[in-house]
Design a protein around this ligand. Structure first.
Ligand SMILES: [Zn+2]
Ligand SMILES: [Zn+2]
Length: 160
């Protein structure tokens, strides 16, 4: 089971639920809306620190026991990256996906792919060299559009 939290400005639990069921045969539980903590905002970068949001979500109910997914629609960053689409911490069993840079023609498809990618990390997968594989690293939305919404055989075999 994966607990799904979303920013109050989003309403995409049904999408997350479908993706989680289709790709992992897991149930999703709607944990409702969350408000981002002020401390996650970096005024110099005018972006939100994904690690801070992730930490906050990871500390919520059933700390480190249940898998958790947080969906936000603000611009997020991590360490030396200009921006990221998502972040996952397998030890804390928590992932975050931002829809901010996924808007456009294939928004729902892109969000679905990024959700599968980050949950893949939660299950221990690392980045894959196969650019069609969902675990391939996306630097741009073009990369996201080019990959399939599925794992290559190699990655799939590691999570089954
Ligand atoms: Zn990744
Ligand atoms: Zn792969």
């Amino acid at each position: 089971m994966i607990r799904v939290y979303q920013q109050e400005t989003l309403d995409i639990f049904p999408l997350a639920q479908d993706v989680i069921k289709d790709s992992f045969s897991l149930m999703a539980q709607d944990q409702g809306h969350i408000t981002l903590q002020k401390s996650s905002y970096n005024p110099l970068r005018q972006q939100y620190n994904a690690a801070v949001i992730l930490d906050d979500i990871a500390s919520k109910n059933d700390k480190d026991i249940e898998y958790k997914l947080c969906l936000v629609n603000v611009d997020i960053y991590a360490q030396n990256m200009n921006f990221i689409f998502g972040l996952a911490n397998p030890i804390r069993k928590t992932a975050i996906v931002s829809t901010y840079r996924l808007n456009g023609d294939n928004t729902r498809e892109r969000i679905s792919k990024e959700i599968v990618h980050e949950i893949g990390h939660l299950f221990g997968l690392v980045h894959c060299a196969n650019n069609k594989c969902i675990m391939h690293f996306s630097n741009t939305v073009k990369d996201t559009d080019e990959k399939e919404q599925t794992f290559c055989q190699d990655c799939r075999s590691k999570i089954e």
